[in-house]
Write a new protein. Structure first.
Length: 373
């Protein structure tokens, strides 16, 4: 019996695929079946990316090295390297496993390279939802929320906001929720407390079986505590425990944490301090109010800096749009655009180099062929 016989071709009413608790679905099954040598391979989900190898669940835990082909591809374009949440096809040789292919991804959370020569880094693959945590007792910090929302929208996964530590806000809670809702415009907002259990049931309803979530939120926002509370037992070390150990964030592992309702959380500590807004689409989605106004400007190339007939400036004048929100939109757009253009330049240089190499190889092999005739 192999995994393959459990593929998507089976009738729906058959028993659950053994990988279903890890998020396996029709899409991934089809991508796997499309591999030429699928019958020799086994699908698995990456729980942890290391250098040159990955930790996987299939569903039992294992370690797999990257095949030369996968490794080579990753050298050329680091974003193709198997990362947390990826579905991969493994080949067995004796007691060890090798990653032969990375299946096509759906939602990906990408950290855009920040240094001049740095690459985009895919932090999480195949995510369905992003749970943004913002503590009720500290704000909310609107600018930070906007960054997280932009990043979430850019990932292609839907954001949901958890206002954590709700019991600490006391009677200010409705006001805090209102402030958060004014920023999120759309994504659902849940007030939750890991300590009292308030709001956990409502949030749990959003966490559908087989869906993979990622947590975003500043350090101390209560992400680990929330996961523990949702899971009903300790699945994560919380800040209080980590403080006792030498150095924080020593647990740099990336894990796939199953929730009782069948959803999964990818725990990626590196994501916690992420502060780049993702692409411009993510920013525009977050500022959908401003984006709607842009369409009403008289000039299509309006810069919204005091041009005549600018609907954005008019909204500010009429008190319908917060001037500081407009400034934050300008800033995030600039950042996102700057990141993109820089990446474009880098990609162009890389492709040119790659192309030169290929044509050189091509010429050489042509020469060899001629010589051999
Ligand atoms: N009062 C109260 N405190 C909470 C609640 N949830 C978390 N905390 C506290 O807030 C602190 C930070 O919680 P964590 O869950 O470790 O926060 P985190 O977001 O995982 O932090 P990082 O791992 O640094 O990113 C801890 O001292 C928790 O005990 C809550 O619902 N109510
Ligand atoms: Zn305008």
């Amino acid at each position: 019996m192999s995994h393959h016989e459990h593929g998507s071709t089976l009738p729906e009413n058959r028993t659950l695929h053994p990988l279903a608790p890890l998020g396996w679905n029709t899409r991934t099954a089809e991508a796997f079946d499309a591999l030429a040598d699928a019958h020799e391979l086994r699908p698995a989900r990456v729980t942890e990316a290391r250098r040159g190898s990955v930790g996987v669940a299939m569903p039992e835990a294992a370690t797999a090295d990257l095949s030369p082909r996968v490794r080579k591809a990753a050298e050329t374009d680091r974003s193709t390297s198997p990362t947390s949440g990826d579905w991969v096809a493994l080949r067995r040789s004796g007691d060890s496993w090798t990653v032969e292919a990375v299946l096509e991804r759906s939602g990906t959370l990408v950290r855009q390279g920040v240094a001049k020569d740095s690459h985009d880094q895919v932090l999480a693959a195949n995510i369905d939802g992003v749970l943004i945590c913002e503590a009720a007792d500290q704000g909310p910090n609107v600018g930070r929320l906007e960054r997280f929302l932009s990043l979430a929208w850019a990932s292609g996964a839907a954001p949901v906001v958890a206002v954590t530590k709700s019991e600490l806000a006391g009677e200010r809670l409705p006001e805090v929720i209102e402030l958060v809702e004014a920023v999120t415009m759309g994504p659902d907002v849940y007030a939750v407390s890991a300590h009292t259990g308030d709001g956990l049931a409502e949030l749990t309803e959003r966490l559908l079986p087989g869906r993979t979530w990622v947590l975003l939120g500043t350090s101390g926002a209560g992400k680990s505590s929330l996961l523990n509370a949702l899971a009903g037992h300790e699945v994560m070390d919380t800040g209080a425990i980590r403080h006792d150990r030498r150095g924080r964030h020593t647990t740099t592992h990336r894990r796939l944490v199953p929730m009782p309702g069948g959803s999964l959380f990818l725990d990626i500590p590196g994501v916690r301090r992420i502060d780049v807004p993702g692409g411009e689409e993510g920013v525009d989605r977050t500022f959908s109010d401003i984006n709607a106004l842009v369409d009403l400007c008289r000039f299509r190339d309006c810069s919204h800096r005091n041009e005549p007939g600018c609907a954005v400036n008019r909204a500010v004048d009429e008190g319908e749009l917060d001037a500081s929100r407009l400034e934050r939109w300008f800033r995030l757009r600039r950042e996102a655009e700057w990141n993109r253009t820089r990446n474009d330049v880098r990609l162009r240089t890389e492709r040119k180099r790659e192309w030169k190499k290929l044509t050189r190889q091509g010429r050489e092999s042509a020469r060899h062929k001629r010589g051999g005739l």
